[in-house]
Design a protein around this ligand. Sequence first.
Ligand code: ADP
Ligand code: MG
Length: 287
Amino acid sequence: MSIIIKNLTHVYMPGTPFESIALKDINWEINDGEFWGLIGHTGSGKSTLIQHLNGLLKPTSGEIIIDGVNIKEKGVNLKEIRHKIGLVFQYPEHQLFEETVEKDVAFGPKNMGLSDDEVINRVKEALEAVGLNYEEIKDRSPFELSGGQMRRVAIAGVLAMKPKVLILDEPTVGLDPKGRDEILEEIVELKRRYNMTIILVSHSMEDIARLVDKIAVLHKGRLIKCGTPKEIFKDRESLSSIGLDIPQVTHLMYRLKERGIDVPTDVLTVEEAKRAILALVRRKGYA
Ligand code: ADP
Ligand code: MG
């Protein structure tokens, strides 16, 4: 599934004293099976942008073309698009509302008019995809679960619609380190198992550097850069000028370099740093 965004501008409350231009002339192309990271300072327009990808927000001007179809055209079924392009909001657990986990996760697929058997199969599969056991959890109230479990149930509710594209708005925010790692691992597994297209909005440069293939950088409503993690993070000055950081481990490599230790500075993950430092140790004959 491909999504093409052309010259997208979004203005909130146009023509009022509260008018604010949230997105300006965005051009972005997302191809089938890609894993994107979307980064930008708070207020840069990330949440506004992703809500356009499945037609939830309408552009003030510009086009959104999904699999060759301009979604502005008459007769386009937006409901169907929302099933194919699943959006997990920030704090999605705030939207849980049914009295049992099973009913909550079943809500989406039921609305799609699927048979009862198919709905149950999807609920099971979706809960298992987020690391929850269907039999153990199905009859519990979502509101008595831990924060991490609630978030997983909410993500399962989107997965149960079997989207081709999954968009997650800061899915790990507010979770403890273990909960964060587990959710990220599950996202990677979804990508691997279903070859889903994924768009991950995150504040963690470590997570973005480690997981995604391509990064889009938003700044004050403009998409100022797209590239691989290596391309984006090699320019630490321009990132820092827009309030964004580079991964901690990359900082470390810069510091080593400044002290005259001959390590590469385009290292983005702890794993890569380990390899680079071991290679140096061997070269120098310490080991
Ligand atoms: P981000 O997700 O990157 O923090 P947002 O998309 O939430 O950015 O916000 C972009 C800009 O649009 C901000 O200036 C924000 O104040 C404004 N904005 C967001 N949502 C609304 C809204 N519902 N009404 C008016 N302005 C909004
Ligand atoms: Mg946001």
